[in-house]
Design a protein around this ligand. Structure first.
Ligand code: ATP
Ligand code: MG
Length: 255
């Protein structure tokens, strides 16, 4: 079953073409990568899919339904969750509240339930707390549940952000450079964590990543963009030896 289908996606920013005619199809349970040099348009693709930008042209459909032009919370409600290249957590709240609050976008109780603290409200609040605690347990974050994210190491903040994304029970998880800024021992742990999430949660994962070790060891196929245009698609093996990819990264010692 096709999870995500993007057709002819194009984005201009006042004259600058950030993305041109981008097409991709993600199948259920796939783990795929999106790579390219700085400024290639990778984050723009994720911002378009998750409703942060409205595309100049193109169609995005998710599980057969068009989601083009929806607002971020509507996209989340459809089953797409994301993390950010620059971690975005609510720094003045606890880790637990960060994860609980993320689930409130999918609330199914109304203002009346909230006001009168009805049984339905209390039940739902308990469910939200239980799921948040479960995620903290899974991610070995129980000890930092009452900490503020700003007091945690970068690696732990990344984990909290992924746990928060999963709390909306997505069918597709978008990870924008999850390994950025991590020391190498944390990168190894992150690779294992992503592999584990992919297996246990049985969701599709689409990741942007500069660290080749991460994409190459996790992704079954990779799309490469440069200046907003797809220059290669294929397995990690094919991508590594693709002449256009080598050229795009020339001078960059990561490949
Ligand atoms: N909101 C915006 N307004 C104007 N220009 C933008 C906006 N967002 C992105 N751009 C431009 O679009 C191009 C693609 O940016 P994008 O952030 O998608 O690149 P990227 O591939 O994610 O790069 P990096 O690897 O550095 O994160 C860049 O030239 C960037 O300056
Ligand atoms: Mg980016």
């Amino acid at each position: 079953m096709t999870v995500l289908k993007i057709t002819k996606l194009t984005q201009y920013f006042s004259g600058l073409r950030a993305l041109a005619d981008f097409n991709i199809q993600l199948e259920e349970g796939e783990l795929v990568g999106l790579i390219g040099p700085n400024g290639a348009g990778k984050t723009t693709v994720f911002n378009l899919v998750s409703g942060f930008y409205q595309p100049t042209e193109g169609v995005i459909s998710f599980l057969g339904q068009p989601i083009t032009g929806l607002k971020p919370h509507q996209v989340t409600a459809h089953g797409i969750a994301r993390t950010f290249q620059n971690i975005r957590l609510w720094n003045e709240m606890t880790v637990l509240d960060n994860i609980m609050l993320a689930q409130h976008s999918s609330l199914d109780y109304g203002i009346r339930d909230l006001f009168f603290r009805t049984g339905r409200y209390q039940r739902r609040e308990r469910e939200i707390r239980d799921l948040a605690m479960e995620l903290l347990e899974i991610f070995k974050l129980r000890e930092v549940a009452e900490e503020k994210p700003k007091n945690l190491s970068y690696g732990l903040q990344r984990k909290v952000e992924i746990a928060r994304a999963l709390s909306s029970k997505p069918k597709l998880l978008l990870l924008d450079e999850p390994a950025a800024g991590l020391p190498s021992r944390d990168v190894v742990e992150l690779i294992d964590l992503i592999r584990w999430i992919h297996r246990e949660f049985k969701i599709a994962i689409w990741m942007i990543e500069h660290q080749m070790k991460v994409v190459m060891s996790l992704c079954s196929r990779i799309t490469v963009i440069d200046f907003g245009v797809v220059i290669a698609e294929g397995t990690p093996e094919e991508i590594q030896h693709h002449p256009d990819v080598i050229k795009a990264y020339l001078g960059d010692d990561q490949l």
